[in-house]
Design a protein around this ligand. Structure first.
Ligand code: NAD
Length: 467
């Protein structure tokens, strides 16, 4: 029996079965986690459907009070949530704590937004206004790299705009979401939020369920494409936040010593398991050698270990499959480039890989062209900035990118040429709840966060009156 429960129709219930959640630092079971059956998924959707008329009719200010109360509960239990997050995900406890408080802040941000009726035309002949109505039951599907904050891209805007939710975390990181269910059971009216863990088998039936009106999905491009297919038959709304292969381009006027720590953090935070991590670094020929040395030096001095241990800077890969995938890319990069830091497995238990820097590697190699989603960075030499931008744009992905320069004007001109959903200058991966976020091409569809992110959970309804 587990201390964790599913939340269905306002009740904490056991799963139809149980299976372990592994701590990636030790490969030992954190707990036997309840896993829902398809029957329980259907119950969750039915509960959300039944709760929708009442919740959507609740005034927005009342809904905001509930969302703020969820933020309060997250903050009041931050230590517990952070510990569970480190145990299931692997990240250092300091980062986990930041993720938990960030989650509460994202919930609060959405309570600052409103959905006012907008007057489009008020003339002699007609009066036209636009309303934003909730959609109904939302299926929220989350991956394993940031189980809490990515949930907070979805739950608060869905709730503020009057929808009800079935949340499905990733099978390897369900515990923080289930803990959240326990914390909000008496805060949220029954059925408004339902939380169900699975064995990677309930995403497809949730997507295809006839009573679910929208799927808000974060995960891999391959699965995102299946979500699109699954939603097509019933023309459901979808938001897809998918993979990326973000390029950073460093101009020759940058001081390598000063920029290297920021570049390293951009690539290796969360052991590189970040959708908008910097995944390819293009460095100008004139500073290439020095930059490679600086990065290698930082990598060699980074403390990798169990996230619960004091001083750990990078944790393990979250799961065995990802560990093997990243290891395979490192083995391939041994042939196509030169490894100057890391490239070794860490002895003993746990899915650890030391931060790895690969130099003298080119476009066309697997490590440059594919999304590694792990602690290994290819550093590519270039001599012409426009050519570097073209190479950055040559990817199927288009999530983010960055330009690093001592001249903001030069950087800005290049930023205009980059074809991705976000472009940062002299930083990378700066996400905030008020800044809309979305990907181009294979990186996704639609927008999360900001006012645009709220509107994606609504149906536009126009009332057009003759006068
Ligand atoms: P994944 O696609 O394997 O799984 C994501 C979620 O989808 C899980 O909850 C999973 O159970 C569920 N799922 C599995 N099959 C499904 C199906 N047929 N229909 C619906 N749902 C299904 O992704 P992952 O391996 O957990 O996450 C890593 C990937 O996520 C990386 O590619 C990364 O870049 C991407 N990601 C993107 C963003 C972003 O905002 N763009 C953020 C984080 C991660």
């Amino acid at each position: 029996m587990s201390e964790f429960k599913l939340l269905i129709g306002g009740k904490l219930v056991d799963g139809a079965k149980f299976s372990p959640v592994l701590n990636p630092a030790t490969e030992e079971s954190v707990t036997d986690c309840p896993r829902g059956s398809e029957g329980q998924l259907n119950e969750a959707v039915a509960a959300a459907k039944a709760a929708f008329p009442g919740w959507s009719a609740t005034p927005i200010d009342e809904r905001k009070k509930v969302v703020n109360a969820i933020a309060d509960a997250i903050e009041a239990n931050a230590d517990d949530l952070a510990r569970i997050l480190t145990q299931e995900q692997g990240k250092p406890i300091g980062d986990a704590t930041m993720e938990v408080y960030g989650t509460a802040a994202f919930f609060r941000y959405f309570t600052s937004l409103d959905l006012p009726v907008k007057v489009i035309e008020d003339s002699e002949g007609k009066y036209v206004e636009a309303h934003r109505r909730p959609l109904g039951v939302i299926g929220a599907i989350v991956p394993w790299n940031f189980p809490m904050i990515l949930m907070a891209f979805k739950l608060p805007p869905a709730l503020i705009s009057g929808n009800t939710v079935v949340l499905k975390p990733a099978p390897t990181t369900p515990l923080t979401s289930l803990k959240l269910g326990e914390l909000i059971k008496d805060i949220v009216p029954a059925g408004v939020v339902n939380i169900i863990a699975d064995e990677n088998d309930l995403g497809a039936p949730l997507t295809a369920h006839p009573d679910v009106r929208k799927i808000s999905f974060t995960g891999s491009t391959a699965t995102g494409s299946k979500v699109m297919e699954g939603a097509a038959g019933l023309l459901k709304r979808i938001t897809l936040e998918l993979g990326g292969n973000d390029a950073g381009i460093v101009l020759g006027n940058v001081d390598p010593k000063e920029a290297a720590p920021k570049l390293f953090q951009s690539a290796f935070q969360n052991s590189g398991q970040v959708c908008i991590a910097m995944k390819r670094l293009y460095v100008h020929d004139s500073i290439y050698d020095e930059m490679c040395d600086e990065l290698a030096n930082i990598a060699n001095n980074t403390i990798v270990g169990d996230g619960l241990e004091q001083g750990t800077q990078l944790g393990p890969l979250q799961n065995k499959m990802q560990y093997e995938k990243v290891w395979d890319l490192i083995e391939d990069a041994r042939k196509s480039g030169k490894i100057i830091a890391g490239g070794e497995k860490v002895e003993g238990k746990g899915y650890f890989i030391r931060p790895t820097i690969v130099r003298d590697i080119e476009d066309g190699s697997r490590l440059v062209d594919e999304e590694q989603f792990g602690p290994v960075l290819p550093v590519i030499r270039y001599s012409d900035a426009d050519d570097a931008v073209s190479r950055a744009n040559a990817s199927d992905y288009g999530l983010g990118g960055s330009i690093w320069s001592s001249s903001n004007d030069d950087a800005y001109d290049l930023a205009l040429k980059m074809e991705s959903g976000s472009v940062w200058i002299n930083k990378h991966a700066d996400l905030a709840p008020n800044i809309p976020f979305g990907g181009a091409r294979f990186s996704g569809l639609g927008t999360e966060l900001g006012e645009e992110g709220l509107l994606e959970f609504t149906q536009l309804k126009v009332i057009n009156m003759a006068r």
